[in-house]
Design a protein around this ligand. Structure first.
Ligand code: ADP
Length: 418
């Protein structure tokens, strides 16, 4: 017999320009009923993979090449077909969307009305790579799931508690007043989730917790959290600022941009491409944007010496920049209960974590090698010695937050309506 999932599941959608990730989640316990990805959309290689989790009878993953026009709408149609076939459509209470930029307008999850969609569109000028893609997902989901509430959960929302002194750039103030040029911070949903989880692990109310969290994935950001609220973050007006990332440069001297354009003849579009797609771990190593591959190369004595040297250099610059960012963000705190690592690298790379912690001995971090080697692949734990300031590895789960917040918003919305 087909096992029924609990009612009030939330379909979480994270739509990028060429991919669409989705999961159907029970917000109460975070259990994934299905998840999957449609990728290489808008190309002839477009495909969709849907994984059905163990509690469904037919849990063979569904994998299919997408038929023309290979776009987000086609992907959502396939998803709806699968959900219908598994009798899951009736269990969806809402669709929760990850939206990258909420500007100063949105500090909370928000029900997507036509006006809200229009504002997300207007905010696309602040996030031209992300918000338009998020909107494509919203439009496709609205058509496919007519009548279901759609909720936007913004990546910038958690950072809206930053004080002025943290978010104002030392630029003419009119650029902030008239053009909204300020620090926003990103990865907010992840920093929010891991800080709450860490508070739980430490048995302390989140309102009394002071953390620095480092989300290290393809994109990387470090956030200072005071009394459970974000007070500063390394990413800025765009997700390009801050520490070095997979392919993004992070902060550089802005003078380099003028030099590239005026002296070396690069166009602005080329500079944009270099800073976003050809820099970071990939740019320095000239090998890969993938931390795993670089670690392998750095430790492989049989490789070409130049490759080993550049892999090591990329990892050294990466870890040093993150350590510096952690140290500099500590300036906003008068207490630091723990450092938190999360994201693909933060959750899995004992090598990177050890290197960062060694660099931070002045802040009294003293890594426990055994605990550090154990806290990987989904395991959480304090990876520092007993006499050290704690450093926790906490796997992030942004999808669960989006499901929880969408579901909570609905409940509060219903209360207000009655
Ligand atoms: P995204 O920001 O796209 O969500 P992830 O959070 O999945 O990315 O992080 C991807 C990064 O995590 C890649 O650099 C990858 O090499 C790294 N990573 C994943 N597993 C490991 C591992 N076992 N050791 C080192 N790095 C890892």
């Amino acid at each position: 017999m087909q096992m029924k999932t609990k009612p009030h599941s939330v379909l979480v959608i994270n739509c990028g320009s060429s991919s669409l990730k989705f999961s159907l989640i029970n917000p109460a316990d975070g259990i994934n009923i299905i998840d999957g990805i449609a990728e290489r959309l808008m190309t002839s290689d477009a495909k969709i993979i849907i994984k059905f989790h163990h509690h469904l009878k037919n849990n063979t993953p569904f994998e299919k090449n997408l038929a023309p026009p290979f776009d987000h709408k086609t992907a959502i149609e396939q998803l709806v077909n699968c959900l219908t076939e598994h009798q899951l459509v009736d269990q969806i209470s809402a669709v929760g969307h990850r939206v990258v930029h909420g500007g100063e307008k949105y500090s909370q999850p928000t029900l997507i009305t036509p006006q809200v969609a229009k504002t997300i569109d207007e905010l696309a000028k602040l996030a031209p790579l992300h918000n338009p893609a998020n909107l494509i997902g919203i439009t496709a989901a609205q058509k496919a799931f007519r009548g279901l509430p759609q909720v936007a959960v913004f990546d910038t929302a958690f950072h809206q508690t930053m004080p002025e002194k943290a978010y104002i750039y030392a630029l003419p103030y009119a650029l902030y007043q008239e053009h909204s040029i300020r620090k926003y911070g990103f990865h907010g949903t992840s920093h929010y989730f891991v800080s709450k989880q860490c508070a739980k692990q430490m048995n302390k109310p989140i309102e009394q917790c002071h953390f620095i969290s480092a989300h290290l994935g393809n994109g990387c950001s470090v956030t200072a959290i005071k009394n459970g609220q974000s007070i500063d973050s390394s990413m800025g007006f765009t997700p390009l600022e801050g520490v070095m990332m997979g392919t993004r440069s992070g902060s550089i001297d802005p003078g380099i941009i003028f030099y590239l354009v005026e002296q070396l003849g690069y166009s602005l579009a080329e500079v944009n491409n270099i800073l976003n797609k050809e820099s970071g771990l990939l740019g320095v190593s000239q090998l890969s944007n993938d931390c795993r591959s670089l670690e392998k190369m750095a430790l492989n004595n049989d490789s070409e010496p130049k490759k080993i040297r550049l892999a090591k250099l990329a990892l050294n610059v990466f870890c040093y920049q993150i350590a510096k960012s952690i140290a500099s963000l500590s300036a906003g705190l008068n207490q630091l209960d723990a450092l938190i690592f999360t994201g693909g690298i933060g959750e899995n790379s004992a090598f990177v974590r050890r290197k960062i912690l060694k660099q931070l001995s002045l802040l009294n971090f003293n890594v426990d090698d055994q605990a550090n080697d154990t806290a990987r692949f989904g395991a959480s734990g304090n990876i520092c010695q007993q006499d050290s300031r704690p450093c926790w590895v906490i796997p992030t789960n942004e999808e669960w937050v989006i499901a929880q917040q969408s579901s909570q918003l609905l409940k509060h919305g219903l209360k207000q309506d009655t």
